[in-house]
Ligand binder design. Sequence first.
Ligand SMILES: [Mg+2]
Ligand SMILES: [Zn+2]
Length: 222
Amino acid sequence: MSTRQKIVFCDFDGTITVSDNIVAIMKHFDPPGWEAIVKRLVEERAISVRHAVGEMFRLLPSSRQQEVIQFAISNAVIREGFSDFVAYCKQNGIKLLVTSGGIDFFVYPLLESFDIPREHIYCNGSSFEGETIEILWPHACDEHCGADCGMCKTSIIRSYPADDYERILIGDSVTDFQGAKLVENVYARSHLIELCEELKLSYVPFETFHDIIRDLEATIQA
Ligand SMILES: [Mg+2]
Ligand SMILES: [Zn+2]
């Protein structure tokens, strides 16, 4: 029997929300050049997440701040079961951290109605002071990570050592690749499934947060 505290590192875009909010913003405002940046990140894996996200937002003028924020918030849909999952974690003494490669101006407002302390939410920042939107990186990679993540999940995960914590990552895509290699348990959907298959990492697939609750219940009872 493990007495280690369970801790969850939960991705935001495409995980807590049904689709990726950054991609949705880019598709909607469609600034010339964004698709080439995504291709270089996702298909060619030629640039880092930080580089790609920073470059994409630089394609949007700061003058469109309100439109961009409004669109992101009204467009996002929260994945089924998330509020039950937040409650489940609380009831079972599981520490829930939201570790998001998303941006503060949509992550915080979209999580506002859930019972998650702000200091448990990690995401990137933003500035609308310059000509174009500038993404800020308050949680950049530490000296152990060379992946140039932007919001570095592995730096956060490493601060919860495996000796003391049973670490659970929930995610869907590129921003979860590095963290998935590090933790004891992975719940995956979409691209993250492909990566786990490729690297032969064990994972549990999920579509809703009820799937994850069911699996956690089963492991507790096993
Ligand atoms: Mg994601
Ligand atoms: Zn990193």
